[in-house]
Design a protein around this ligand. Structure first.
Ligand SMILES: Nc1ncnc2c1ncn2[C@@H]1O[C@H](COP(=O)(O)OP(=O)(O)OP(=O)(O)O)[C@@H](O)[C@H]1O
Ligand SMILES: [Mg+2]
Length: 347
């Protein structure tokens, strides 16, 4: 059963992947008895580079209680569309007259094709499958899921799961099939006599229609379950640097995601350390500008948790590098709940 779903978003290059990975390492260190999964939702995956471990499209162990995955959403979309297309085609072949319309089969082949699904939707399909406990094929149930999201526009698309239009396309196609079948009904008897191409019994066909409808219902129910899960367990953390474009972007991201997920905190990353500003004029000026934006961010998001992290002298890569970054971000925190649920919200 998922207890927490932490999602990290923000502008490109501000440290979303580093901070989500560092958080995953920190939480897994503090909670050895919980199972934690880190997911990259950015097609330009970089968890492999951050951890120095080949991750890819399989749930890959990172340490005792931490796993990671860089899903290939195309594979998930293909599984999804293939089954539906196959059943529709089979149904058509079994239906007299309808089986003689070549264009219809072509339409099904072109519509239920993973290539025709935009990347955001493919990701949504994957997101649904991994979050939906009943759909877990890998026999791993995770307590905490941490997501590294793509920059804002694609992040918002990921949340629009219930309005999923794959579902729409499927329903539309099913309606076309059923209308053609209806129109052909009166000719069916003659057709059977003239063109004995329709195969399978009425019972078999009925069974297939039911299976197709069931698939559609499942998609709909799953969409609702996922939306509820995100609403109840999700916690968005927006990552920014102390500069105008990045700050403007988190303001927009906050507005755009409000109806889907609760935002708990803001990370202000890559700050110039105070002692560096003592020795370098450039750093001093930059630090002064950063302080101005820190104030604005704190003012704008005064109801949220603010975590600040300096720019490190080392590259925060590998488990140890990520631990160093986690210490920089969460230095004063010993209670994991301050990270997972800073406002102690009831679930
Ligand atoms: N606090 C920090 N100190 C030093 N380097 C950092 C820090 N945070 C992030 N970095 C470095 O900054 C670069 C960008 O970070 P990261 O890849 O995590 O950003 P991102 O927001 O995920 O980028 P993208 O939008 O491209 O996915 C990386 O090289 C990372 O190692
Ligand atoms: Mg990234």
């Amino acid at each position: 059963m998922i207890e927490y779903l932490l999602v990290f978003g923000g502008k490109g290059g501000v440290g979303k992947s580093s901070i989500s990975s560092a958080t995953a390492v920190k939480v897994s260190d503090l909670l050895p008895n919980k199972k934690i999964l880190l997911i990259s939702f950015d097609i330009a995956h970089n968890l492999t580079d951050l951890f120095g471990i080949k991750i890819g499209n399989n749930i890959t162990p990172i340490k005792d209680n931490l796993w990671a995955i860089e899903p290939d959403p195309h594979i998930y979309a293909e599984k999804y569309t293939k089954e539906f297309a196959e059943k529709s085609r089979k149904l058509m072949k079994m239906t007299p007259i309808v089986n003689l319309i070549p264009k219809l089969e072509e339409y099904i082949d072109n519509t239920f094709n993973a290539d025709s699904i935009p990347i955001a939707l493919k990701n949504a399909i994957f997101f649904q499958q991994i979050l939906d406990a009943e759909d877990t094929t890998q026999n791993l149930q995770f307590d905490i899921i941490i997501c590294d999201f793509p920059p804002t526009a694609n992040m918002v698309a990921l949340f629009e799961i219930p309005e999923d239009h794959v579902k729409g396309i499927m329903k539309y196609s099913l309606r076309i099939i059923s209308e053609i079948r209806k129109a052909m009904q009166k000719f069916t008897k003659a057709a059977k006599f003239l063109f004995p191409f329709g195969r399978g019994s009425t019972e078999e066909r009925k069974g297939l229609v039911e299976e197709l409808l069931e698939m559609l219902n499942e998609i709909e129910e799953r969409g609702e379950r996922i939306a509820d899960l995100i609403k109840n367990y999700g916690s968005l953390r927006l990552v920014s640097i102390a500069e105008k474009p990045s700050y403007e972007e988190i303001k927009r991201a906050y507005e755009l995601t409000q109806k889907y997920i609760n935002t708990d905190g803001i990370h202000i990353n890559m700050l110039i350390p105070e002692d560096a500003a003592d020795h370098c004029n450039f750093c001093k000026n930059k630090r002064q500008k950063q302080q101005k934006y820190i104030k604005q961010i704190e003012q704008e998001f005064k109801n949220l948790k603010i975590w600040k992290s300096n720019s490190l002298g080392i590259e925060p890569i590998g488990i140890d590098g990520l631990r160093t970054l986690a210490d920089e971000i969460y230095s004063s925190i010993n209670d994991v709940n301050e990270i997972l649920n800073p406002f102690k919200k009831e679930k």
